[in-house]
Design a protein around this ligand. Structure first.
Ligand SMILES: [Fe+2]
Ligand SMILES: [Fe+2]
Length: 249
């Protein structure tokens, strides 16, 4: 792991795992990602023309589906939002949120080599990320044990995808493999930058709107006063039966 990446991961993880409510949100997002990854792998199993890889993609999909369920149960135990956690296992919306663009799966858009490059980079990043959490002992003991169990599968995902990339290299496609890895890393950085920009934009626009509101409306506060009588409770609503409602149609 690069020194800079590890330092960034460590700082972000130390903060995120200690903020109230964040561990549950964090683990819920893991369940969501695992679920999406399982769908990508199933699509790859469907579209690949190589029988040996079809089996690996399918086993990989089963692993990711199992991981999604494990993370979901941890998210619920940590007090995660029930609806959001359940959505992580819901098929509806997953295809729009992850990987599938205009009805084409990630495998169809990238092709076998770049898809394998994506799998290798993403899985290796996940292994590094989980490794930092475990090394810093950030999750609670149950989540720690869950991460350890999941890491065994993730190591398999890293090793088979790396072997397949090495196989392409041995076949003389070294430049193509390096180009695929470059494109995958570039797109992941770009995606991360866009996500950060969106979150940053929400915070900054909230700040400026708050300041503008205070500066423009605040001075009038001294001139404003409540109407005589102040706030009043709402008037009770008249009872309305179904028959009465129908009669008004
Ligand atoms: Fe996984
Ligand atoms: Fe994985």
């Amino acid at each position: 792991m690069g020194y800079l990446r590890k330092a960034m991961l460590t700082v972000a993880s130390e903060v995120a795992w200690r903020l109230p409510g964040w561990p549950a949100r964090f683990v819920t997002s893991f369940a969501d990602s695992e679920r999406a990854s399982g769908i990508d792998m199933l699509a790859a199993a469907e579209h690949t023309e190589r029988g040996d890889l079809r089996r690996k993609y399918f086993l990989h999909a089963l692993d990711e589906s199992k991981h999604a369920a494990l993370f979901l149960s941890r998210a619920m135990a940590l007090g995660g939002n029930k609806e959001r956690a359940r959505a992580a296992l819901d098929d509806s919306g997953t295809l729009q949120r992850h990987g599938t663009v205009e009805g084409r799966s990630m495998f169809e858009r990238l092709g076998e080599m770049e898809f394998l490059a994506f799998v290798w980079v993403a899985e290796a990043d996940a292994v590094e990320q989980f490794g930092v959490y475990l090394e810093r002992q950030l999750p609670d003991p149950e989540t720690h044990a869950t991460l350890q169990a999941i890491l065994k599968d993730e190591h398999f995902h890293v090793s088979y995808s790396r072997q397949e990339l090495d196989r392409f290299r041995k076949q003389g496609q070294v430049a193509e493999v390096e180009w695929s890895l470059f494109r995958v890393r570039r797109d992941r950085w770009l995606g991360a930058w866009l996500r950060f920009s969106r979150e940053f934009g929400v915070i900054v626009s909230g700040l400026w709107l708050g300041l503008a509101y205070a500066a423009m409306l605040g001075p009038f506060r001294g001139l404003a006063a409540l109407e005589p009588g102040g706030w009043r409770p709402p008037l009770p609503r008249p009872a309305c039966s179904l028959a009465t409602a129908r009669s008004q149609a």
